[in-house]
Design a protein around this ligand. Structure first.
Ligand SMILES: Cc1ncc(COP(=O)(O)O)c(C=O)c1O
Length: 385
């Protein structure tokens, strides 16, 4: 019998009424009417050429062939141009930012190394890092540090074995992000301590302002890029990693998808980057407006608050701890009303009992409906306390 790996993660909690997490996701996925606020995906794309490019690729039968193993050069160039990381950088196309995160941990870490991550944060990074070394997860759910892993916290927590520092920017689940000054301080930290910076910029394009770590510390940064959020292509599973040629060459030796990433997704991704400035402002305006609607609703509930507002991402957390309402009961209530949202335990081991995470890159009428359900739910659930 095969024994569980020492780093195997704990079983995921199973939502009420379902046999397994997969069963739950299959249920929500197949309900066409459900309001999708539980995955930070983007449902605001229109006919903007992305779907058309994929349909055309399918009609040509492109999918019968394997694509070039590390991505179409056209797509690699487009991504690097999008970031302004052309000279002195290289990239690989991967099956989502997720694969890039795994490759990064695998490439950088030795068993005696540790990774600094934050709680709340994107726990998949902790899980991947724990397969190759130790993880030091730093609590950041407080005003004093601005709900983010600050340079000061990084300095206080790193030790001689620290090799990787994770900066999720903007941060899933809170929407906090880094200033240029902080980015410059991280550059100093990386150079002084010879560590690598994992800059996960999955939500970058939702932010009002954003600074790329790679521009300041090119030899020390691995940038993680995703097509799942601003480009609205989560189900296509496509992303990239961008870094110095030295690091990318090293990653080439440990590739998983040696036969390349989905060709139809790559064709869609090319159209997505090419058309970005035709639709970007529209999507950003809608998300700014949507989060105001949520804020107005939360402000009506005594004891509830949004830790980071405005969020620089397409999601935010609603803290209901002081109201006595548990995020899990609120999530169950909302699901009954046809809204899928996420309780905090998906993104925090320490603070998950305090907040519900909702994403808002969805049509405004859906956000208004959420606001109504949220207010009803809080009233009903507090009445039971
Ligand atoms: C911070 C962060 N990084 C990476 C990912 C994964 O992105 P992808 O769909 O490109 O694998 C997510 C998805 O939610 C995320 O929140």
């Amino acid at each position: 019998m095969i024994s569980r790996k020492k780093y195997a993660r704990a079983e995921k909690t199973v939502p009420k009424g379902f046999e397994s997490p997969n069963d739950f996701f299959n249920y929500v996925y197949n309900d066409q009417d459900i309001i999708w606020m539980g995955q930070n995906t983007n449902h605001l794309h229109d006919k903007d050429g992305i779907m058309e490019a994929m349909l055309s690729s399918i009609k040509k039968g492109d999918y019968a062939k394997y694509p070039p193993p590390e991505g179409f050069p056209e797509l690699k160039d487009l991504i690097q141009e999008d970031l302004g990381l052309t000279h002195g950088f290289d990239s690989l196309i991967t099956a989502g930012g997720t694969e890039s995160l795994y490759l990064c941990a695998n490439n950088i870490l030795d068993p005696n190394n540790n990774t600094l991550t934050c709680d709340p944060g994107y726990l998949i990074i902790d899980n991947f890092s724990s397969r190759f070394g130790e993880v030091k997860s730093i609590p950041i759910y407080n005003k004093e540090c601005g709900y983010k892993l600050t340079p000061q916290l990084a300095r206080e927590n790193l030790d001689k074995n620290t090799k990787l520092l994770c900066l999720i920017d903007p941060l899933n689940p809170l929407g906090s992000s880094y200033t240029k000054e902080e980015i410059k301080e991280f550059k100093e930290i990386a150079e002084e301590n010879d560590i690598y910076l994992l800059h996960d910029i999955t939500y970058r394009d939702f932010a009002r302002k954003h600074t790329l770590m790679a521009k300041y510390a090119p030899e020390h940064t691995i940038t993680i890029y995703s097509f799942s959020k601003i480009y609205g292509m989560a189900g296509l599973r496509i992303g990239a990693m961008i870094s110095s040629p030295n690091i990318i060459n090293s990653v080439r030796t440990i590739l998983i998808n040696d036969l390349g990433t989905n060709v139809v997704a790559q064709k869609g991704a090319i159209a997505a980057v090419n058309s970005k400035y035709d639709w970007l402002d529209r999507i950003r305006e809608t998300t700014y407006h949507n989060q105001k609607i949520i804020k107005e609703a939360v402000d009506q509930v005594e004891g509830a608050f949004i830790p980071v507002y405005p969020s620089e991402a397409n999601m935010l957390a609603i803290d209901t701890y002081e109201t006595g309402v548990k995020p899990s009961e609120l999530a169950d209530y909302l699901l009954e009303r046809g809204v899928f949202a996420r309780e905090g335990t998906y993104t925090s081991k320490l603070f998950g009992h305090r907040y519900l995470r909702v994403s808002f890159s969805i049509p405004t009428e859906h956000v208004k409906y959420f606001a109504e359900c949220f207010l009803d739910g809080m009233e009903e659930l507090t009445a039971d306390k």
